[in-house]
Design a protein around this ligand. Sequence first.
Ligand SMILES: [Zn+2]
Length: 426
Amino acid sequence: MKILLKGGRIVDPSQNIDSTMDILIEGDTISRIENTIDPVAGAQVFDLKDKVVSPGLIDMHTHLREPGFEYKETIRTGSEAAVAGGFTAIACMANTEPVNDNRSITEFILKQARLADMAHVYPVAAVSKGLKGKTLAEFGELKDAGAVALSDDGNPVEDSGLMKNALEYAYSLGMPVISHCEDKGLASGGVMNEGLVSTLLGLQGIPNIAEDIMTSRDIAIAGYTGTSVHISHVSTAGSVRAVREAKKMGIKVTAETAPHYFALTDDALKGYSTDFKMYPPLRSREDTEAIMAGLQDGTIDAIASDHAPHSTIEKDVEFDYAANGIIGLETSLSVSMKLVDEGILSLGQLIEKMSTNPAAILKIPKDTLQKGATANITVIDTHKVWTVDSERFRSKSRNTPFQGWQLKGKAVLTIVSGKVKYSEMG
Ligand SMILES: [Zn+2]
C-alpha cells in the first residue's frame, strides 16, 4: 500500500519545516519527503494544493467511557470521532466503571482500541484506587500494562500527602501525573462560574479560587519534591499566572486548556442549556483573555478536548442536576483555528500545542513528518467553512456547546500508521 501526498504545505514544528513538499508513504512508514516526488506505480495520490499537512494531532485528554458507560461512548465510537476530528492518537482518562486502576482494565482498553483500529489510544490510569483518593494504585503494574500517565481526572486528589507520594512514585517511573485541580470545599454545590452571570441566573457559583488553590498546591508539591506535574483543563487567569511564575522558577510544570475555555464565557449559560455545563466551568472574559495570553507566551503547552460524552438522560434535566462535560473531538481543531485566524498563534504553534507538546508531556512517540517515521498524518483544509451539526458526529453523544456554529478550518484527511482512517478528499 502506497500513498502519495502531492503539493501540500508541510507544517511540522518537530523539525521546523513550513514549506511545500511531497510525501510518499509505503506501508506504515513515511519513505520519502522531498520537494517533488514523481508519480509512483500503484500509489494512491492525493492532490493537497492549498491544504496543510501536519504531523498527526494528539488529544491528550478524552473520556471514552468504556468499560461501564458504553451508552455514552465506546472505544470504537470515540476513536472514530477522533480520526474525524483529525486526531491520530488520544489519551483516555481512568474514570470508567470499573475504574482503570489495574492491569486488566488497561489491557482491556488497549485490546478494544486495537480491534477498533482507528486512532492510537493511550490509557491514562488512576492515581488512587477507585479514584477514591485514599490509596495509591500500583503505578508500576499499570505502566507495565501500557498506561502512559496517571490521573484521577473527574476528581481531584484532595489529600496533599497522597499527591506528594503520587508525584514522587510516578516521577521515579517516568510517568506524568495529570491533575484535575478542584478544591471540593470551595466548589461544593456550584454548577457554574461564580460571578455576575451566576447571580443573574440564580445558580450557585464556583469561584476561580477553587481551581487556583489546587493549581498552586500541586506546583508547590512538584517544586518541593523536584518532580513534575501536568495541570489539566486550565480555566482561570489565576492558574495561568501560577503556571507562568512556576515555569520562571524552573519548576517542572506543564499545562493544557480546552477550546471552550478560550472560545466561550459564562455568558453562554444565559439560556440555561446544559450543553454549556462542565467542570471547570466556563469563566469570565478576563479569564479567556488570560488563557489566550498563556497560550501565546507558552505558559499553556497544550490544547486538549476534554471530550466528555453524556447521553440525553444525563443532560436533558434541570441545570442543577445535569452531568458535567461536553464532547469535543470533532470540533477541537476547528474551534482552535480561531487562534490562528486572530493572530494569537501561528499555525505551527497551534500544531505544536495539538501534537508535538502533548506527545512530549505524555512521553509517547511524537508524530513527525520525517523520513522513516510512522505515517501518522493530519491534512487540514484551513479555508474550509462548515457548520457544526451534532447529528453527523461519529461520537455516540450530542452534548456539544458548538451546535450550529460556523467554523473555518477542518481536518479533511487522517492517516494512522499509513492507513487512511478518515477522508473528505473526494
Ligand atoms: Zn477534569
